[in-house]
Structures are given as C-alpha cells and as structure tokens.
Write a protein that binds this ligand. Structure first.
Ligand code: APR
Length: 312
C-alpha cells in the first residue's frame, strides 16, 4: 500500500488499533514494542487473518524503530494502563518518560508524520508529544472525544432503544473525570437529549459517561478499555489519510479557542491530510461553559506537573 501507519505500543490498544485499521485496508502497518517477540508475533497473527477477509495489507512487528521509517501516521499507545482505583493522572510520571522516548524515536524515522496520541493522561501526553517533537500543532492530535462520545451514544441507545446511528453525542473537555458531555447539542435524530430524556435519566447517562473508562477498569481488573479507544483511533487515521475533512471531537492544541491557550483539550476538530485543519467553536450554554472551565483547570494542573518532570 502507499500509506504507512506505525503503532508504538503493541499492547491491548495498539494491537486492537492495528486490527481495526487492517480491516479498513488503509495502509501498511507496523507494530513496535519493547517486549521482544510480542509485536512480531501479533503482527504475524494479524497478517495471517487477512486472507480470510481479503485485505491486502503488510503487517510487520518490531522492537526497532527502523521498521517505522517513512510512516504517514504514528499512533502512540505505549505506556501503562490504569489499575482499579487509579485515575488517568496517576499514570503521568511513568507514561511521560515512555511517550517522550516514543515521540523522539519515531520522529527520527518519520520526520513528516502526523501523531495520534492515545496514552493517558491523554491531553497531557499529546501536549508532551507536540513539545518534545517541536511539532506544529496541526500534526498532533489526541484521541479521547470519539471514545467518550461513543460511550455516551451507547448509553443513550441502551436507555431509549433507538439505533446508535440516530444518536449524536458530543463530549468535550479533558479526558478525565471532569469531561463535559454537551447535553444541549447531543441529540436523537435532531431532538436535543434535554428534550428527549427526563432530566434524571440524562444526568445518570452523563455520570456514567464520565466514569465510563473507570467502570471498565474495575471490571477488567488487569487493564483498561481497548476496543472502543482503538476503533476511535482508526476513524481518525482514516479521516487523515483519506483527507475527509471529518469533524470529530478530539484533543487539539488551543491558542485562544474557547478562551484557552497552551493546552491540549477536547474540542471539535476537522481532520484531513494535514492533520488538524480547523478547530470549531460552539456557542455554549452557561452550565457547559462553567463545566469546560473546570475541566480545563484540571488539564492545566496536569500540564504543570508535566513541566516539573520534563524539560520542555
Ligand atoms: N516503547 C514501546 N512500547 C512500550 C514502551 C516503550 N518505551 N513502554 C511500554 N510499552 C508497551 C508495553 O510493553 C505494552 O505492550 O506499551 C504497551 C501498552 O499496552 P497495554 O499494557 O496492553 O496497555 P493498553 O491497554 O494498550 O493502554 C496503553 O493507552 O488507553 C491508554 O490508559 C491507556 O495509557 C494507557 C495506554
């Protein structure tokens, strides 16, 4: 294939991202991990699945970044996931070192790549990638909003019995406990959720969405969610490689939008071949604006901790 996507971290989210991407037959794939043999084994297994579904994609696993040379997109999933009771912020110290190394090593082989970051704490790790890579803001985007919005859509579908295809949800803000499900804009076939659902049911959905990742961590006990985060990355990679100009909620570097600067934050972004082409600004309800400010304060605090750990 003429395009190439390299995934750094071949664990649960990395390997599942490769799976979703291979099905889309978008690009040749490279899986990189520090564990010897593991990315090679997973790559071979995935490669051997492709004749069954008739997809012609090269899949390679490696412990060496040389295999990633000339990638169009680098996906960073390397790092540790949460354990029950942990917040995403608890991962910061460990994952900052891993994401810094992944960014620097990948960039040497693919100086023009667009980076999609998935490692948590998400907004802070995307910020780190942009800063250590000295990358222009449009070439770094963090995956969180598609996932959080999909969780909300799934919960609305469970509540109402309506097809997920009719349900549009928009979750903005930081990818943490303070994320902001925009209930005024989220809708079922054009009808606002605020009209469609009783207030207490809507509030329960908002609450479950905010805690959606933690709910899965508590159930799994040995890791965090991977199907939904991975398919969200695949959608973003497809939008970029196909130059779709697709608008999705994602973490982008803000320079004044929503009154915020020098922060990665979940906002509606338009994705195309150049990466983040545009950031859209909603006119927000007062309660949503206040919630976004609270969420931004949490991300700012995390970025401050990052500055105390890494010279960027
Ligand atoms: N370089 C490359 N890979 C690394 C490095 C490194 N320096 N350090 C760790 N890894 C690899 C691990 O060996 C492991 O295979 O990253 C992989 C992470 O996979 P999992 O432990 O299965 O975790 P996963 O569920 O994929 O989550 C990874 O994404 O969604 C976030 O919160 C999640 O921060 C976590 C990250």
């Amino acid at each position: 294939m003429s395009s190439k996507i390299s995934i750094i971290g071949a664990g649960m989210t990395g390997a599942t991202t490769a799976h979703w991407l291979a099905e889309r037959e978008l690009a040749d794939l490279v899986l990189v991990d520090i564990v010897e043999g593991m990315p090679q084994g997973k790559a071979l297994d995935l490669l051997q699945s492709l004749p069954v579904i008739g997809k012609d994609v090269a899949v390679v696993g490696s412990n060496d970044y040389a295999a990633t040379k000339g990638s169009d997109i680098i996906v960073i999933t390397a790092g540790v996931p949460r354990k029950p009771g942990m917040s995403r912020e608890d991962l910061l110290t460990t994952n900052a070192q891993i994401v810094q190394a992944a960014t620097e090593n990948a960039l040497k082989e693919s100086p023009d790549a667009i980076f999609i970051v998935l490692t948590n704490p998400l907004d802070t790790m995307a910020y780190l990638t942009m800063k250590v890579g000295k990358l222009p803001p449009e070439r770094v985007v963090g995956q969180a909003g598609i996932l959080d919005s999909a969780r909300m859509r799934a919960f609305v579908a469970l509540e109402t019995g309506v097809s997920v295809e009719n349900i549009a949800c928009y979750v903005l803000g930081g990818h943490g406990d303070e994320m902001v499900p925009l209930t005024s804009r989220s809708n079922i076939a054009g009808i606002s959720l605020r009209e469609y659902l009783p207030a207490d049911r809507l509030e329960a959905i908002v609450d479950r969405t905010r805690k959606g990742g933690g709910e899965i961590v508590s159930l799994l006990k040995t890791g965090s969610a991977y199907y939904a985060p991975a398919v969200a990355v695949a959608q973003m990679a497809e939008a970029i490689l196909k130059d779709k100009h697709l608008i999705v909620p994602a973490s982008a570097y803000l320079q004044g939008e929503y009154g915020l600067t020098d922060i990665f934050f979940g906002v509606p972004v338009q994705l195309g071949r150049g990466g983040v082409e545009r950031i859209l600004e909603y006119a927000l309800e007062p309660d949503e604006k206040a919630a976004l400010e609270k969420s931004a304060a949490a991300v700012k605090e995390s970025i401050q901790v990052l500055h105390s750990l890494v010279k960027i």
